[in-house]
Design a protein around this ligand. Structure first.
Ligand code: TXA
Ligand code: MG
Length: 331
């Protein structure tokens, strides 16, 4: 199968709809990362997402809908705080988990009685979702466990020949996946950190808890227990206080003839004594937006990525650190 990358226009949207209605999958842009979408009502189509990605079959998918889609047809028992949160942050990088009405294929939620709903703000995603007028189940459009894609080219790299169409919506400006929020209880609970932070949620909802997955526990959000976001080369992570250790490691490896690269934020890049640097940028939003593209650039150029964590660890850096530590072994 040939994989095409097409700009989003009337023609590509028509083709995308045809593929979706025929039970196929489409690569689609969102403001966080690219998704691999299929009709959420079509079990065979949803199953094919798992096959194409090599995704474990107990890791549920998020359903994406257009901003005017009536989600009450898919989920029930939406609490008041969730309505406030939706008003404040949607469309945007916040996925909300509700009790399911069981209307979409059971394969989407891997047998759970809940359903995760996301209304992306990306203009191209909104156009696609409006055009197909269906709930679209979509995980990130990478091969399972690999770094998530933030451009159409990244999707092509992972899934070339396995899908027919990638809608090209440019580089994802958010850069890390949406915040996943459990809205089935009295208080919202973060299952995965992202660009909508715990403080932002607590300010609107009055309170916000965070679920911390530990090995062996029943995973509320099954995706938490898997290795993720990993480049194909060796990776190692140092904390901000260990810059000199990272520098030493870099020197040792370079002297051994290993192609080592330091991955760090703009502040560390100015301080560190290394020639090969993957600079994530200075502001928090830049760091999040560049994380995956720099990890992918790193695996192309490097045999070893030596990552140094940013100094700031709160706000959206919580989500960034979660991805970075899953991508790297400890230093
Ligand atoms: O930004 C995003 O969320 C991107 C774009 C494409 O929208 N999507 C994404 O999907 O990151 P994926 O499949 O890579 O991650 C989905 C996460 C997983 O951690 C999964 O376990 C969790 O959402 N999830 C999905 N449905 C759930 C449910 N019913 N209950 C709890 N967690 C759920
Ligand atoms: Mg993913």
């Amino acid at each position: 199968m040939d994989t095409q990358i097409l700009q989003i226009d009337e023609n590509s949207l028509r083709l995308a709809k045809e593929i979706i209605l025929n039970g196929g999958v489409v690569g689609m842009p969102t403001e966080t990362v690219y998704g691999l979408g299929a009709n959420a009502f079509d079990t065979a189509a949803v199953e094919s997402i798992f096959k194409i990605k090599g995704r474990p079959n107990d890791n549920p998918l998020i359903v994406h809908v257009h901003k005017d889609y009536d989600i009450n047809t898919l989920v029930k028992d939406i609490p008041e705080y969730a309505k406030l949160l939706a008003k404040a942050f949607l469309p945007g990088p916040l996925t909300m988990v509700y009790k399911s009405r069981g209307k979409v294929s059971k394969t989407v939620s891997c047998g759970l009685d809940t359903l995760a709903i996301r209304i992306p703000s990306h203009e191209g995603a909104q156009k696609f979702l409006k055009y197909v007028n269906l709930p679209i189940a979509a995980p990130s459009a990478n091969v399972s466990k690999h770094v998530s894609p933030t451009s159409a080219e990244h999707v092509l790299k992972d899934l070339n020949g396995r899908i027919q169409l990638i809608l090209n919506g440019g580089n994802s400006i958010g850069g890390i996946e949406s915040t996943v929020l459990d809205c089935t209880g009295d208080v919202p609970v973060i299952l995965r950190n992202g660009l909508i932070t715990r403080d932002m949620i607590a300010q609107v909802a009055g309170d916000c808890q965070e679920y911390v997955y530990k090995d062996g526990m029943r995973a509320l959000s099954p995706g938490m227990k898997y290795k993720h976001y990993s480049p194909v080369c060796r990776t190692v992570l140092f904390s901000y206080n260990e810059i000199s250790r990272a520098e030493e490691e870099y020197k040792t490896e370079i002297n051994k003839g290993v192609k080592a690269f330091i991955l760090c934020d703009g502040v560390t890049a100015e301080k560190i004594n290394a020639e090969n640097v993957l600079n994530l940028g200075k502001t928090e939003s830049e760091i999040a937006a560049n994380l995956y593209s720099k990890l992918r650039e790193g695996e192309e150029k490097a045999e070893l990525i030596i990552a140094v964590a940013p100094e700031k660890q709160d706000g959206i850096m919580v989500g960034v650190m979660n991805r970075l530590s899953k991508a790297c072994a400890k230093g």
